[in-house]
Write a protein that binds this ligand. Structure first.
Ligand code: AHM
Ligand code: MG
Length: 333
């Protein structure tokens, strides 16, 4: 029988690999996994919304039913905030930063997208939580402010995501490879299912919202047309796969190889996706798995952020595919 390794055990083993580790990162990753279980509990009941009550109404217990993304946001803030391990947090659902009640000892920053893929929430299609962890820039948690949140992606100490799909999977990296855990609801544990994920150098899928074709700039159009050309040697044409939940599209491409593109468009000059909540954490994971992530000109992890909710164009996935996308974007092809 295969050895069962829980996520907690894995965090502890990872910690032993860093001689100066204090165990704090292990604790806060465990907090994130715990919060994911709370969100999962609600997501799997989403189909019961007709019985339990629509968002904005009152359910049979007389409680107000919350929209799932707002529910996830509140759960994560309260589950994670209560231990005081994070001095400051930022969520895609909150305009400003969040200071947890017990912030006297936390040395870390948490940025997260509580439930990504909002258009898929009500139709039983996979959605996800994305998170990103940084160290405070100073050593006084009481002085933590927005500048602690506005660090380059390269400064992340850990990042990951949870997919609520046909099974629930948590993928994370603390800088020593990428590892995936599948939730076993019968024992309430995330179990190691994907150790040391590496992404193929070249993929077979491309993921873009082609409905916005008229809004695309020429370099992007040329790149997508290139992926559709027939060429046996380079494995083209690629197949299209687009779920519309970034986490799910990214996860599939990570495992099978491929490129996800949300470019700058005529309507959205900076793209749609958020640098701090979506692009940076996934870029960290992707690079750790041997992939690449860019805005077309600059490596995502090198971008100097200026705003919490800053948007960025995103090309992410298999190294060779992203390199070719960059060549198109930079007019080299
Ligand atoms: P959200 O944070 O409101 O859910 O938006 C982000 C989502 C991503 O999950 C997905 O990749 C993208 O929006 C899809 O956008 P579009 O509908 O424009 O293709
Ligand atoms: Mg999102």
């Amino acid at each position: 029988m295969n050895k069962l390794i829980t996520i907690e055990r894995h965090f502890v083993e990872e910690q032993k690999r860093s001689p100066h580790a204090t165990g704090e990162l292990t604790d806060l990753l465990y907090d994130v996994a715990f919060a994911a279980k709370l969100v999962r509990r609600e997501v799997v009941r989403a189909g019961l919304v007709d019985i339990l009550g629509m968002a904005g109404t009152t359910n049979v217990q007389g409680e107000e039913v919350k929209k799932l993304d707002l529910f996830a946001n509140e759960k994560i803030i309260s589950a994670i905030g209560q231990h005081g391990r994070f001095a400051i947090m930022g969520s895609e659902e909150n305009e400003g930063t969040i200071v947890p009640p017990k912030n006297e000892s936390g040395k870390y920053v948490l940025l997260f997208d509580p439930l990504d893929g909002s258009s898929n929430i009500d139709v039983n299609v996979s959605v996800g939580t994305i998170f990103s962890i940084y160290r405070l820039t100073g050593d006084n948690p009481q002085k933590a402010d927005i500048n602690d949140c506005l660090q380059k992606g390269l400064q992340q100490v850990a990042a990951g995501y949870v997919i609520y799909g046909s099974s629930v999977v948590m993928v994370y990296s603390s800088g020593h490879g990428v590892h995936g855990f599948t939730y076993d609801p019968t024992i309430g544990e995330f179990l190691l299912s994907h150790e040391n994920i590496t992404t193929p150098k070249r993929g077979k899928y491309y993921s873009i919202n082609e409905g916005s074709w008229q809004q695309l700039h020429d370099p992007t159009i040329n790149y997508i047309n290139y992926l559709k050309e027939e060429d046996e040697e380079t494995g083209r044409p690629y197949s299209t796969r687009y779920i519309g939940s970034l986490v799910a599209d990214f996860h599939r491409n990570l495992l099978t190889g491929g490129v996800f593109v949300y470019p700058a468009t005529k309507k959205h000059p900076n793209g749609k996706l958020r640098l701090m909540y979506e692009a940076n954490p996934l870029a960290f994971i992707c690079e750790q798995a041997g992939g690449r992530a860019t805005d077309g000109k600059e490596r995502i992890l090198d971008i100097n952020p200026t705003e919490l909710h800053q948007r960025t164009p995103l090309y992410i996935g298999s190294e060779n595919d992203v390199r070719i996308a960059e060549e198109f974007e930079q007019g080299k092809r």
